[in-house]
Ligand binder design. Structure first.
Ligand code: GTP
Ligand code: MG
Length: 213
């Protein structure tokens, strides 16, 4: 009887766990975001960041679920390892440094490669444009415009993504929503609590539409 009740209790209290892949060029703010989110959602102190060597794994209790973040190093020596994580990801956060205009084309090329990768088909990808607190930083809508320009100047067909203002509408989407509507570009200041929470909220909605959810 004890085992039956124990099994029932475990089943009722079991939390769904989602794997979130956090990638983007080095210095784009991935670890700053993940560590600030850890502090907000768990109360644990932030890890004093420097360039990530390999991976930084952080588990956050959000509502009745666990979001497990796989924050990977973005330096050139680590980017070749990213695709080993794709087949387990239920959502991707793709980071772009809003102040790094010089590497925008490189970021776009990586983003395009994510959208067509066979292990990420149907997986929600959220683009986080960081460093919005710095004057002159490119915003989410600037990035969308620039990415559209890059797409138009190549023959490769591109999947569009929704704007931040469409976020509420996008949040209502059902599981059979087309892939293009699952992608979203958002502004982020990793030092700002509300900004970090906004990304977690949008992610929480999206991860539940994941085909691997
Ligand atoms: N002003 C400002 N600085 C930021 C923001 N996000 C990150 N930074 C700074 O950008 C630098 C790089 O941040 P990280 O979080 O280490 O970047 P990363 O993407 O994890 O880098 P790698 O681990 O090398 O791939 C640090 O000096 C951060 O303090 C932001 O929103 N605003
Ligand atoms: Mg890092």
């Amino acid at each position: 009887m004890y085992h039956l009740l124990r099994g029932l209790y475990d089943e009722l209290t079991r939390q769904t766990e989602y794997s979130i892949l956090v990638i983007g060029l080095n210095d784009s703010g991935k670890t700053s975001f993940v560590e600030h989110a850890k502090e907000i959602y768990t109360g644990k102190p932030r890890f004093a960041s420097g360039p990530t060597i390999g991976q930084n794994v952080v588990k956050l209790p959000v509502s009745n679920t666990i979001l497990q973040f796989w924050d990977l190093g973005g330096s050139s020596s680590f980017t070749s390892l990213w695709d080993k994580y794709y087949s387990d990801a239920q959502a991707v956060l793709f980071f772009i440094d809003g102040t790094d205009e010089h590497r925008l084309k490189e970021s776009w090329e990586v983003f395009e490669s994510l959208k067509v990768h066979q292990d990420l088909q149907g997986i929600p990808i959220m683009v986080c444009v960081t460093k919005q607190d710095i004057e002159g930083a490119l915003s989410a809508s600037d990035i969308e415009a620039r990415f559209t320009e890059f797409s138009n100047s190549t023959s490769t067909p591109s999947i569009p993504y929704t704007t931040l203002t469409e976020r509420l509408e996008a949040a209502q989407l059902s599981e059979d929503a087309p892939d293009d509507k699952r992608n979203l570009v958002v502004n982020l200041t990793t030092t700002d609590e509300n900004s970090v929470k906004g990304v977690i909220d949008a992610l929480f909605v999206r991860v539940q539409t994941s085909p691997r959810g």
